[in-house]
Design a binder for this molecule. Structure first.
Ligand SMILES: [Cu+2]
Length: 127
């Protein structure tokens, strides 16, 4: 007697699926140039409980020819004064809700302060 087990019909094994061509791995792609933004916003920090004053973010990057808008999103007056001779600017005391815009035409780092409050310092990196 032949074995009673029913032979399983041989189904052709499909060839291993070829992986779809995928995009080149990240490492071989040219890194996208990180172009600084043309418009950057800088707000203020008023941490009165800890006597910490500052700008938010404290360091920003902006493209050459770009603009920075300082926004007094706090509750006190602030001003925005450049400490860098090559790119000078200075706002008057700006009330809460007020803004002050500048255009940065030269590459370089521009430090700025509010001279109404201690340690209110920031930096614009113009690239
Ligand atoms: Cu201030």
């Amino acid at each position: 007697m032949p074995p009673t087990s029913t032979p399983v019909p041989a189904t052709p094994t499909p060839p291993p699926a070829r992986p779809e061509p995928t995009a080149a791995p990240e490492s071989t792609k040219p890194a996208p140039a990180l172009k600084p933004a043309a418009h950057v916003r800088v707000g203020v920090v008023e941490d009165k409980a800890n006597d910490r004053w500052g700008f938010r973010p404290p360091v920003v990057e902006v493209a050459v020819g770009g603009t920075v808008v300082f926004v007094n999103d706090g509750t006190e007056e602030h001003n925005f004064l450049s400490l860098t001779l090559e790119q000078q600017f200075g706002s008057s005391n700006t009330p809460p809700g007020g803004t002050f815009s500048i255009t940065l035409r030269l590459a370089g780092n521009v430090r700025f302060i509010c001279d109404l409050h201690p340690n209110m310092e920031g930096e614009i990196r113009v690239r």
